[in-house]
Design a protein around this ligand. Sequence first.
Ligand code: ACO
Length: 340
Amino acid sequence: MNRKNRAGNQNAAIVALGMAVPETVLTNEQLAEQVDTSNEWIVSRTGIRERRISGSSTTTADLAALAAERALQAAGMPADALDLILCATTSGDYLWPATACVVQQRIRAVRAAAYDLAAACSGFCYGLANAAAFIESGAMRNILLIGADTLSKHVNWNDRSTCVLFGDGAGAALISAVPKSEGILASVLGANGDKLQAVWLPDGGSRSPITAQILAESSFGLQMNGREVYRFCVEVAPQAILEALCEVGLKTSDIDLLVMHQANLRILQAMAERLDIPMDKVFVNLDRYGNTSAASVPLALTEAHQQGKLKPGSIVVTAGFGAGLTWAANVMRWAGESNG
Ligand code: ACO
């Protein structure tokens, strides 16, 4: 699905950012004491050096609410000015109700509607397209889009092929109306349900509720065909980026900063090569956080802003890819001030 603003006379833009990660750091060396792996293997295959782990006392909504408060504080906007809280997550506090409703209650966003969006690691980039459509149509003015996940709670900590990859975190973006030349210019969203089992959490839903047997076998946890996911990411995400750029008549050489889902450094390098974009235009922070799923793009955007890499007028492209399999790309002309 390709979309750009064809009707409205205003665009939507990220005008403030905030992030939250758990305090506890789990290094590769610490992991190597728990499973048969090594710092060398993890760094050479993924680029990840450490990740943040939430533990039993911190939930996805805790991190999401903190990131939300920080984004609102950066904007100087009261929570009751929000029309919608949209939380991209697949590891919410409950199967239902939505984690967005937990955040709505915490930050006292009394006027806001609230719902979750489950597009896994593509969730935040899907959410940018959702938020843009509401704002461009004039239906809403201020939307808080959150990407938050604690996949450390979905990981089988005995499975070395997956447990080294993931970390926890949350990022929030305040999205408001701007003139039509700025903000989110185009988005491309896609999915391929034929690849449901390439990376998935088989148990815990209505098809396979948690049973005593699953618990006794310690088989609960996300499962992944790493090579299939790798091939999918490298093929599909660059194509989505090219399509989104084409929608608004831009080329890869127009990109000032590429902020992609932080799954794996080798994936980012392969995508940059396919797009012929130098790595100094590709934002990377997965070495410190690992793969934080829906949180990874807003965490990266927040840190990019803190480092002065998001300049007004610059072309910023975001891209997500993940379970579903799903993918999404957004082209933005960065608008005005934002803070982390
Ligand atoms: N430590 C040491 N050895 C390991 C580990 C580990 N943590 N994990 C696997 N191995 C071993 C395997 O057992 C295998 O050993 P063998 O040859 O004796 O059988 C060997 O390393 C190679 O395993 P592969 O799975 O083939 O390793 P590969 O080179 O494909 O790298 C990786 C694995 C890093 C997961 C890669 O496939 C990848 O990056 N895939 C993308 C997946 C991804 O990023 N998923 C994130 C979730 S989805 C998303 O966010 C888009």
